[in-house]
Ligand binder design. Structure first.
Ligand code: GSH
Length: 279
């Protein structure tokens, strides 16, 4: 599949590049960004961290604001940041910032009018990684991370695919979407009124169902305005079971929901993933 390179900037000895491509699963043109560290070469493929952003974001919020490049260059990690939904004039949308374009929730929609394009689960787990492996000097070793809606995406996708990802991390994730307004609105639209179909995309429900999971690191700011109504870290702590795997939920005093918070702890997340990707 053809990639169209639209930007490239050298940073910490590596390269940040943006690309456009036709997505078969999303049925539209998509944009993504990749950071290739200086170590990446055809003779030396590097592991990849997939980053999933939150509501209203594009491929650029993380790349421009997280300050991840210095540590990624040091550790020799590639990072792929994708868009948060299918895009385009023909793609169904909604006036709310929390539904439609910019709010794909990393699931496969089954309901009209969303199902024609909103297949983000397949895009993240299959189409995009295949494209990345085909075109860049990366190995098949992957981990996954994200913020808010993207933290929900990273956790659900990582829990459901323990052989695809070595580790999972999340900042301020929506941990129990079937029990919060953002999740209930999105799942009702994308998946319909049968709530049993929602459970496959709910981190707290998935943790209860799996026997084992890969190591998980979660950071949550205690001064996050969305903490109690939308994110519910206590629900995640309540279902954690040490015998199933490492699940470290850290509450960080004073931090809010923004990329200032992400920038403060991104180095620790990259080190966590690098450790598990090089084991
Ligand atoms: N009312 C906010 C809600 C959306 C929001 O807070 N989005 C978070 C993720 S849930 C974000 O990362 N915003 C973009 C940014 O900070 O760069 C907005 O419209 O920006």
């Amino acid at each position: 599949m053809a990639l169209e390179n639209i930007t490239q900037n050298k940073v910490f000895g590596g390269w940040h590049k943006q690309y456009l491509h036709d997505s078969e699963v999303l049925n539209c043109r998509m944009q993504f960004a990749i950071y290739l560290p200086p170590q990446a070469a055809p003779s030396a493929p590097v592991p990849v961290l997939y980053w999933l952003s939150g509501l209203t974001c594009t491929d650029q919020n993380f790349m421009q604001k997280s300050g991840a490049f210095r540590m990624a260059a040091k550790l020799g990690l590639a990072i792929v940041a994708m868009d948060t939904s299918p895009r385009g004039e023909d793609v169904a949308d909604d006036d709310g910032y929390d539904l439609g374009q910019g709010a794909g929730f990393y699931l496969n929609a089954t309901e009209f009018p969303w199902s024609r394009h909103y297949q983000m689960y397949d895009y993240v787990t299959q189409e995009l990684p295949n494209l990345i492996q085909q075109h860049f000097p990366v190995s098949s070793v992957r981990s996954i991370s994200g913020h808010s809606m993207g933290g929900h995406g990273a956790l659900t996708i990582g829990l459901k695919n323990p052989t695809l990802y070595r580790s999972i991390s999340a900042f301020s994730p929506i941990t129990h979407p079937t029990q919060c307004p953002w999740g209930q609105k999105a799942f009702a639209a994308y998946l319909g009124s049968d709530r049993t179909t929602w459970l496959q995309y709910d981190t707290c429900e998935l943790i209860k169902r799996v026997d084992k999971h890969v190591p998980v690191l979660v950071d949550q700011g205690e001064s996050d305005d969305f903490l109690e109504e939308q994110l519910k870290p206590d629900s995640l702590v309540a279902v954690s079971a040490p015998e199933k795997g490492e699940l470290n939920v850290r509450l960080q005093p004073g931090y809010d929901h923004s990329y200032f918070f992400i920038a403060s702890f991104i180095d620790e997340h990259l080190q966590f993933h690098a450790k598990h990707m090089t084991e």
